[in-house]
Write a protein that binds this ligand. Structure first.
Ligand code: SF4
Ligand code: SF4
Length: 308
């Protein structure tokens, strides 16, 4: 099979496995302007307490250091737009957290993809290594980075998990896609805590995790500053406002991936159930879920901040 046929086969098999989109980028050093803005963001503390984002800059800025002989990065996107959400009026979760842990689901499918194609030498990643996932998804032609700092897939939106298959073979490469945000700033306007803001006199935005409710309710282990917790509304884990405001998400279709469907128990949780949630309930409700990241204590902190 020549590299063109193999590239097409990789994409076709990725679709068969349920990935919504798949593209291929040549593995190279990351563009200097992207490196400079990432370093500036870290230098300004925009990553808050997520110190892991400072680690392994050499590998983050040159993925060839993550795998001997790396030539190609296959970027995939798995749809998590929810088919079922928690009832309106009840406490809410960010859509990505409703099903099973996406790390396991995406990496499992990437390993299946490698097996189907007979690749012995590969690495599979999903938010699990110093890989600039959105950057590589853009390079692989999946979409563009929106002003909400999410990957936007045209006519599909941003509710996608990203993953990468690293391969030591040459393939046919896709073209990056230019931004189609145009003059829109709906995501910036929708952010209740000004975590997104325009860089002076430009159409570019910057993101400050310290002001982001998603960071505060998932990653922050301390208290949530009261000026931010006041803006949580009824969402007790994460925040989707800058995604739901995005006009491209009007095109999103509910995911049909079985592992990403919420359980009936989660869908039936009411305000009073959350307030009385025990650690045992928490372990049962979120077995195999990414919500474990916040730990029981973190979720209870969120519940009381939002609902008391
Ligand atoms: S997730 Fe919420 S708080 Fe964070 S940037 Fe988006 S809208 Fe703002
Ligand atoms: S809301 Fe508008 S500016 Fe923000 S990512 Fe979507 S299209 Fe771009």
């Amino acid at each position: 099979m020549d590299k063109k046929q193999l590239s097409l086969k990789i994409k076709a098999e990725a679709k068969n496995l349920g990935f919504f989109a798949c593209g291929i980028a040549k593995a190279n050093a990351v563009d200097p302007d992207v490196v400079a803005s990432y370093k500036k963001w870290i230098g300004q503390g925009g990553h808050a307490t997520m110190a892991y984002l400072e680690n392994y800059p050499d590998k983050r800025f040159d993925p060839r250091l993550l795998m001997d002989g790396l030539q190609s990065i296959v970027s995939v996107a798995l749809n998590y737009a929810p088919a079922n959400t928690l009832p309106q009026g009840e406490p809410q979760f960010a859509a990505y957290a409703l099903g099973k842990d996406y790390h396991d689901v995406v990496k499992g499918k990437l390993r299946q993809l490698a097996e189907i194609l007979g690749f012995d030498t590969y690495r599979a990643f999903c938010d699990s290594a110093p890989v600039l996932e959105r950057y590589w998804a853009v390079k692989a032609g999946l979409g563009w980075t929106g002003r909400n700092h999410q990957l936007i897939i045209p006519h599909a939106g941003s509710m996608f998990f990203l993953g990468e298959l690293f391969l030591p073979i040459e393939l046919c490469y896709d073209e990056p896609m230019p931004s189609r945000c145009g003059k829109c700033h709906a995501c910036v306007d929708a952010c209740p805590t000004h975590a997104l803001s325009f860089v002076d006199n430009t159409a570019k935005t910057q993101f400050d995790a310290r002001n982001c409710l998603s960071y505060q309710t998932i990653e922050n282990r301390g208290d949530i500053p009261s000026d931010l917790s006041d803006k949580m509304g009824d969402t007790i884990y994460g925040c989707d406002r800058c995604q739901t405001a995005c006009p491209w998400n009007r095109f999103s279709q509910p995911t049909d991936i079985p592992e990403l469907q919420p359980t009936d128990e989660l869908l039936n949780m009411k305000r009073e159930d959350w307030l009385l949630l025990t650690e045992e309930d928490y372990r049962r409700l979120f077995k195999g879920s990414a919500v474990k990241r916040a730990k029981y204590s973190g979720l209870m902190r969120n519940i009381h901040e939002a609902l008391d």
